[in-house]
Write a new protein. Structure first.
Length: 126
């Protein structure tokens, strides 16, 4: 089921400022998209490194950690397994075309948002 941490999403005021900050620490940009008003995914060099997904604050969101995403073989299969064990999800798994990732969101007992994401990345659309 869960293979590791895939990414940690941070909501920030200025995506470009954070990209420069993380690059100064040795992170590399692996993807830039326009979704969420501008988004970047960065990771440290090497295999198996978790990704920091950074996007602009918007709507009801607050600056800070938005969610932690866990890498799974299949978000759809893990969704079915966890649903059978009583975990509640707000919606079914879906493909985020801008990032090429299938995801599904849920909350822990204290209300923190968590996410399951397919370990296989597809080519982003658009």
């Amino acid at each position: 089921m869960i293979r590791g941490i895939d990414h940690i999403e941070l909501i920030v005021r200025d995506v470009d400022e954070f990209v420069r900050f993380f690059e100064a620490m040795g992170f590399e940009v692996i993807l830039r998209t326009e979704h969420h008003g501008g988004s970047a995914e960065l990771k440290l060099p090497g295999e198996g490194q978790p990704v920091f997904e950074i996007h602009s604050v918007g709507g009801e969101e607050a600056i800070g950690v938005n969610h932690i995403a866990f890498k799974v073989d299949s978000a759809s299969e893990s969704y079915a397994e966890l649903t059978a064990k009583g975990v509640k999800f707000a919606a079914e798994p879906h493909l985020v075309a801008a990032s090429g990732r299938t995801i599904v969101n849920f909350r822990d007992p204290d209300g923190w948002r968590l996410q399951l994401v397919d370990s296989q990345r597809r080519t982003p659309e658009g």
